[in-house]
Design a protein around this ligand. Structure first.
Ligand SMILES: CC(C)(COP(=O)(O)OP(=O)(O)OC[C@H]1O[C@@H](n2cnc3c(N)ncnc32)[C@H](O)[C@@H]1OP(=O)(O)O)[C@@H](O)C(=O)NCCC(=O)NCCS
Length: 171
């Protein structure tokens, strides 16, 4: 099976609704309003022109629908610029290696962007410490664990793991 990433388009709004359920949003401060989902979708479309964020859907050659989302955007870790990533795969497609394939492709995409646009060479992922699947994913994809940080996501205080991977070096 071949996976690929496709730039977010106007047709991808249903994926955000499929992910806006309590079991998917357990570690992300719970489901969002329809209005916030629409705003997020518009940011994802505009991001490709404005530079933030660069979001993709995850595709597989045997499936017509999007299997999940992933992306990168410019961020900061301990006062230093970095790129940050985030992902989701709705329940119907989980535990089949979709996110693992997507992260590998995303790292390749981000490495290309770093080479072409002189961007920071660290990619950061910050899953909630209780998010077993996302933390397993970081480990599996070769990120290094660098401790934890306290943050406030949509008004909910959280302890997040800090995982990083280098985007620099030889191709
Ligand atoms: C995190 C998420 C993207 C994983 O997607 P996925 O396609 O099911 O992941 P994969 O099949 O590639 O599995 C990746 C790793 O996670 C583990 N994993 C996946 N789901 C798991 C679960 N429910 N419980 C425990 N481990 C799990 C897999 O065993 C695998 O680890 P391994 O390689 O050591 O065996 C998905 O669960 C999700 O969207 N969760 C809700 C949204 C979310 O939390 N997003 C992240 C915010 S940081």
């Amino acid at each position: 099976m071949t996976y690929r990433l496709r730039r977010w388009t106007d047709a991808d709004l249903p994926l955000l609704h499929a992910a806006n359920v309590p079991e998917m949003m357990e570690h992300l401060a719970g489901p969002e309003s329809a209005q916030r989902i629409r705003r997020r979708h518009e940011q994802y479309i505009r991001g490709w022109d404005s530079g933030r964020p660069h979001m993709y859907t995850v595709r597989r050659d045997d499936a017509s629908e999007a299997l999940g989302s992933i992306g990168w955007w410019e961020s900061e870790l301990r006062g230093e610029p970095c790129l940050e990533t985030g992902w989701m795969v709705p329940p119907a497609h989980q535990r089949q290696g979709v996110a693992t394939a997507a992260v590998r492709l995303l790292v390749d995409e981000a490495r290309t962007a770093v080479r072409e646009h002189d961007l920071p060479t660290t990619l950061l992922a910050c899953p909630n410490v209780d998010n077993v699947a996302s933390n397993a994913l970081c480990r599996r994809a070769g990120f290094t664990h660098e401790g934890t940080l306290e943050d406030d996501y949509r008004g909910v205080p959280m302890t997040l793991n800090i995982w990083t991977i280098s985007l620099g070096g030889p191709v």
